[in-house]
Write a protein that binds this ligand. Sequence first.
Ligand code: 7RM
Length: 658
Amino acid sequence: MSTQDAHELKLYSPPEAAVKGAHVSGMEAYKKLEAEAEADYQGYWARLAREFLTWKQPFTKVLNESDAPFFKWFEDGKLNVSYNCLDRNVERGLGDKTAIIFETDDGKVSRVSYKELLSRTSQLANALKAQGVKKGDRVVIYMPMSVEGVVAMQACARIGATHSVVFGGFSAQSLRDRIEDAGAVMVITADEQMRGGKALPLKSIVDEALSLGGCDSIRNVIVYQRTGGKVAWNSAHDKWLHEVVASQPATCEPEWVEAEHPLFLLYTSGSTGKPKGVQHATGGYLLHAALTTKWTFDLKDDDVFWCTADIGWVTGHTYITYGPLALGGTEVVFEGIPTYPDAGRFWKMIQDHKVTIFYTAPTAIRSLIKAAETNPAVHPKNYDLSSLRLLGSVGEPINPAAWEWYHQNIGGGRCPIVDTWWQTETGGHMITPLPGATPLVPGSCTLPFPGITAAIVDETGHDVPNGQGGILVVKKPWPSMIRTIWGDPERFKKSYYPPELKGYYLAGDGASRDAERGYFTITGRIDDVLNVSGHRMGTMEIESALVSCTELVAEAAVVGRPDETTGEAICAFVVLKRPRPTGEEARKIAAELRNWVAKEIGPIAKPKDIRFGDNLPKTRSGKIMRRLLRSIAKGEQITQDTSTLENPAILDQLAQTN
Ligand code: 7RM
């Protein structure tokens, strides 16, 4: 790949091999698509929706803006997602093609063809119907990474049930909250999940969630037997998955739903309150899932695609369960973790399965860099990674040093890296390079996906000139956008369409564009949302979890601080109901509180640092000054104005680590 200096930024032009035969080949092709969308926005999306999706009933209306910001796309069209991902590929002659290469935590490999995926999905769909699940019902999926997890999602889509996948790392309390908020009628789970050689319970967490109350809507719990580990059984509502599907036929007529029918809810953290149920629609979402998989990953028939995300996150939804299957692709699904049995696992799997397109998160890359530096045996140079032709990054900003390492050591200097910026709410890629078109700058997600009107504005919604930072917005609605927050349309409006932004979608990130190319660089969240290892966490959620430990905690404030490996780390400032502890006692209580948070939310929310104070820095009107806490967490000298502070002495105390 050719490099040249553009000011101090390195520029990587797409290599010849990536340009040739690419679905979007060359910058002119990209510009042509942008121009098409600009000239006739609705016509552009309508053309793609007809090309990429098979409709049972074609749509005649494209975009309905009459109830903005509650936009509707393709509203009089009808389709079915699972038909588009499975039946359609079988009908096209891909029945025997491998859809999924599944590898377990302990390295067992199995292959599932499109034909088989269709019959397993149909059987489960029939079983769900037999259990009384109907179109529009919500089904919570709390599953390990598995073929069954993908099948469960597809089966819901097949019968028009709205799934809500909850990541297997969330606690009983978090699971309970989501079941209650969604009013789910069923949970699909597994006895246990295997991660890093350890069996971790799932079913017993479901049992605990149900016992916490508020889950009266649940009628059945379907349990996939993954390990055969012991589980408690409530014969009133527990059923083994293998038993409920055994008697079901392997065909099931898809439920043809309106394009706006809710395909799924996915809970994500916001700056205030409980996680919100992001609601996605069927038609627009599937269009963008398929379209971005094709153009951003340049997916071809003979590719082996591997997205390492969990199906519990939006990345797993769009780039495991839906996008690659909608295109008839072959993909790897992995049960385990990148560091088991050692930190060479990803590289070994790329070698074994001849992966051609690899999509992972910067936090994984950074931790594997560290591992390779400390243990030469797991360095990627020990593996044959020559099958790779394209790399991707998602979830958080990728720092240029990690980018260069990824490019050189994993991509052999020949594979473009698509740094894809998007969110749970956007459904799919929004700002990203296209590998056969866009020259790359490490650390920049480059340019909007064709048709996506991303821009940077100031607090009043006015465009900010290139070279300056501002608020990242999307000016026009797009097909795969969030439709509402489940059960809380007012919160949807308030969070994403604040009146001062002139009807633009507010992403919640800060960004800038460089003066020369207009390339976007994401600078991070502008709200109280943290990004820890690519996982979104609300500071308020963690604070609520801490203060819910009423025996110990009087008050808590949570901020983020930069972390070399995880991007951001959670830092909690806590005032106890007892005198401020120091030394051994402080460490003991900190450990207790970390476990408490893990129990309340999940291990991913454990604060890395916990500092104790007699008080928190507050203004005279009683507001906690988080800006100061952020500086303290970073270990910075306080240079800000502290004159409005009621209790300035507290700063020195909080600066002390345990
Ligand atoms: C896909 C996903 C969304 C938040 C988003 C950003 C951050 C995601 C990038 C990124 C810089 C990227 N969904 N983010 N991708 N920041 N560069 N390529 O991550 O809903 O869980 O998180 O993640 O802050 O707002 S998410």
